[in-house]
Design a protein around this ligand. Structure first.
Ligand SMILES: Cc1cc2nc3c(=O)[nH]c(=O)nc-3n(C[C@H](O)[C@H](O)[C@H](O)COP(=O)(O)O)c2cc1C
Ligand code: SF4
Length: 431
């Protein structure tokens, strides 16, 4: 649930903090909804829409931060079927922003999808939504029916010759389904295993046709960019590389977890925890913060004054990713935390590449034996060398993600590992 925030800022993506019911078509229109869609259909070419999105500086909110307008411009102009695949898999631990967007602002998401279809010349979009998001999927389907009945979407949108059909596809329930090429495989009814690239999805995507894959939050930004213009969008955040609003998912050992919408770079990690999350439970000290779920290195407590934007978090040694901040306090055993994260990756590895399939299992085994007091001094070098045999030697980023918790904790909290090995037990709570 979104709660009140204290930066003076007009919320763009989730303008109704605390609301849990979906905005219907009438309510969304009353707030200027579908104005961008109407504007594009009546006064903009597809290329103009792409140029406006490029000029906004919008970067993908799914993790990699790739510029959205540039991604759209890669789609070939030649006639023939093209597709939009919306990534609503949202399986990264600590990530729950897309869920709220789809549950509360379904029409904003649909309008963004329609604009993307128009920009790249696609008539069909699929929303690949994780199976557990039953409420969000039902609400999206209801909103699609509502928009089609009103002539906003479907055949002949707003009385033009433009057709946009949006289909909700309920996912198969694995983290790897969020990797964009595994998502395409799953949409095609196959086992979700990432494809090797090239060819990239912009050339050969869904059913081997040109396809744009975008995150839900990315697309939810687009209606306002088109309706209000890229100049207005550039007043939010830090242009040119960190523009726009961002939803920060705050969880872990904080008093008030939740989704907080803020301009990129407007708050530091410390402000998010203290002012929005109302501090750490029990007033304990922060030991570390994960900024991108479990997929990027932990930042140590001396990095709490890092601003929350792509470049600042990267300069501090991690990644903003999906902006899912998990706070670990002074009572956390970092060896155990690393082992739990590795257990997740071991379970979610699709098994296609040997270094990832075998490496995640071995990393988990070694972390577990250290945590349970059976570690050896040589294990620390072994963890680092084994991680080096996985990262960069696999087909998709899951393998790289899987080494982050290990490398970051061994390097930054080495003394905790050494204490486990020396004392032959966990100095924190037993496993
Ligand atoms: C293992 C793995 C899981 C991912 N899960 C998601 C996800 O749940 N949602 C998402 O939007 N992107 C996810 N991504 C990133 C996508 O592959 C892709 O970069 C993104 O959907 C592109 O959208 P964007 O440009 O709008 O960010 C994942 C990537 C990997 C490697
Ligand atoms: S890196 Fe891991 S998850 Fe990705 S394709 Fe290879 S085995 Fe599958």
């Amino acid at each position: 649930m979104t709660l009140a925030t204290n930066v003076d800022f007009e919320r763009v993506l989730l303008p109704h903090p605390g609301r849990s019911e979906p905005l219907n078509l009438k309510e969304y229109r009353a707030e200027g909804g579908y104005a961008g869609w109407q504007k594009a259909l009546t006064s903009m070419t597809a290329d103009q829409v792409i140029e406006e999105v490029k000029a906004s500086g919008l970067r993908g909110r799914g993790g990699a931060g790739f510029p959205t307008g540039t991604k759209w411009s890669f789609i070939p102009k030649a006639p023939g079927a093209k597709y939009v695949a919306v990534n609503a898999d949202e399986s990264e631990p600590g990530t729950f922003k897309d869920r709220e967007l789809m549950e509360v602002e379904p029409h904003r998401v649909l309008e963004g999808i329609a604009l993307c279809c128009y920009a790249i010349g696609a008539e069909t979009a699929f929303i690949y939504i994780r199976g557990e998001y039953v409420c969000a999927a039902d609400r999206l389907e209801a909103a699609i029916a509502e928009a089609e009945a009103a002539g906003v979407l479907g055949q002949g949108c707003h009385g033009t010759s433009v057709n946009v059909t949006i289909i909700v596809f309920r996912g198969a329930g694995a983290y790897i389904c969020g990797e964009e090429t595994a998502l395409l495989e799953s949409l095609e009814g196959k086992r979700p295993m990432p494809r090797s690239r090239p060819p990239f999805p912009a050339v050969e995507g869904l059913y081997r046709r040109p396809t744009v894959i975008n995150n839900v939050e990315t697309l939810a930004n687009v209606p306002s960019i088109i309706a209000r213009g890229s100049d207005w969008y550039n007043t939010i955040g830090i242009p040119p590389r960190n523009t726009g609003p961002k939803i920060f998912c705050l969880s872990g050992r904080v008093n008030r977890p939740g989704n907080y919408e803020l301009p990129l770079g407007a708050a530091t990690i410390r402000q998010l925890i203290d002012d929005y999350g109302q501090g750490v439970i029990g007033g304990r000290a922060v030991k570390g913060v994960l900024t991108a779920g479990v997929s990027a290195p932990i930042l140590t407590a001396d990095k709490l004054d890092t601003k929350l934007d792509y470049d600042s978090v990267q300069a501090a040694g991690s990644m903003l990713g999906s902006a899912s901040l998990i706070v670990l306090d002074e009572g956390t055993c970092m060896v155990r935390a690393a082992a739990l994260m590795e257990e997740f990756f071991r379970h979610e590895s699709c098994g296609k590449c040997t270094p990832c399939r075998e490496g995640t299992s071995w990393l988990f085994e070694i972390l577990t034996r250290i945590e349970t007091g059976r570690g050896m001094e040589s294990d620390l070098d072994l963890l680092l060398s084994l991680s080096g045999e996985v990262a960069g030697k696999v087909l998709c980023a899951l393998g790289d993600f899987a080494t982050s918790p290990v490398v970051a904790t061994v390097k930054q909290y080495r003394e905790e590992y050494e204490q486990h090995i020396k004392e032959g037990r966990c100095p924190f709570d037993p496993w």
